[in-house]
Write a protein that binds this ligand. Structure first.
Ligand code: CP
Ligand code: NVA
Length: 305
């Protein structure tokens, strides 16, 4: 079997590889004030077709803190989608940089680009999935609560890119995931997912309560009335375990999917999650680059000169 070089879907990557990436992220976090200069001379191209704060900043800083460079472009600034094909873009970027990170709505287009690229392609979120986010979330859960295996994770609200990736992760990392979502969305959930319309049942004895915006990027104007019973508030938190944590990938709306008191409570780990994007992405970049044949040795300054 051809080794996987890209980081597009968690389900394409062996569980022990993902575990290794998390362990590396943990080490990099421990050494965050003394980052190993393993990306010296390496460059990452980033292309965005949607807004971003965390993905953009954390990938940029991940490369730079480890000695590398980045080039950031918005989709409306590059030729792709207009005058230039996906294949040509993939070939050109492969000659300039060592890896590509894409925030691209269309996952099929991302996959097409990855097939033509000779360098690793990393998924910085599509309409279908958000693997870097869920890796950061697992790192956060394990920091706060210990091994995720066997834990109950309860998701509330919409079925979207983040919940889809949680479903993939639950099978790889062996945790119990329940999706509490309005009845009419049950058919949208990935096959095999444990779905309920009963938010209280989902919250009962949960270790982790997690939600996301009810209106994902690109869905502006969508009706939200049906989501109100799924707001994560004090009443739901009280049904969970005493040491339960609240998670959200951000950006957050403290008047919709979560109440302000929960978002700002000691149970809320939302900023740890945001920070962990940085550490996890360093490790994802390192795995992708090494897998693509780049040797990531730290060069002592005396040798580099
Ligand atoms: N969580 C997340 O991906 O945030 P951004 O959209 O700001 O990158
Ligand atoms: N589901 C959200 C996640 C944002 C990080 C979106 O797609 O906008």
């Amino acid at each position: 079997m051809k080794p996987v070089r890209h980081f597009i879907d968690l389900s394409e990557i062996p569980g022990d590889t993902l575990r290794g990436i998390l362990a590396h992220a943990h080490d990099l976090k421990k050494n965050k004030f003394n980052p190993p200069q393993i990306f010296k001379g390496l460059s990452l191209a980033m292309v965005f077709d949607k807004r971003s704060t965390r993905t953009r900043m954390s990938f940029d800083l991940a490369m730079k803190q480890l000695g590398g460079h980045t080039v950031v472009m918005n989709m409306d600034e590059i030729q792709l989608g207009g005058a230039e094909s996906v294949e040509s873009t993939a070939n050109v970027l492969s000659r300039y940089v060592d890896a590509i990170m894409l925030r691209m709505s269309n996952q099929d287009m991302m996959k097409e680009l990855s097939r033509h690229a000779s360098i690793p392609v990393i998924n910085g979120m599509t309409n279908q999935s958000h693997p870097c986010q869920i890796m950061a979330d697992i790192l956060t859960i394990e920091e706060k609560l210990g091994p995720i295996e066997g834990k109950k994770v309860a998701w509330f609200g919409d079925i979207n890119n983040v919940s889809n990736t949680f479903v993939q992760a639950s099978k790889i990392f062996n945790f119990d995931l329940v999706l509490a979502v309005p009845e009419d969305l049950h058919g949208k959930a990935p096959k095999g997912a444990n779905v309920t319309a009963d938010a209280k049942a989902a919250a009962k004895n949960a270790d982790v309560l997690v939600t996301d915006t009810w209106v994902s990027l690109g869905q502006e104007g969508k009706a939200i009335e049906k989501f109100w019973p799924y707001q994560v508030n004090g009443a739901l938190m009280n049904l969970a375990k005493n040491n339960a944590i609240f998670m959200h990938c951000l950006p957050i709306h403290e008047w919709e999917e979560v109440s302000e008191d929960v978002a700002k409570s000691p149970a809320s780990v939302i900023y740890d999650e945001a920070e962990n994007r940085l550490h996890v992405q360093k490790a994802i970049l390192a795995w992708c680059l090494e897998n693509a044949g780049v040797s990531l040795q730290e060069t002592p300054d005396s040798e580099a000169e």
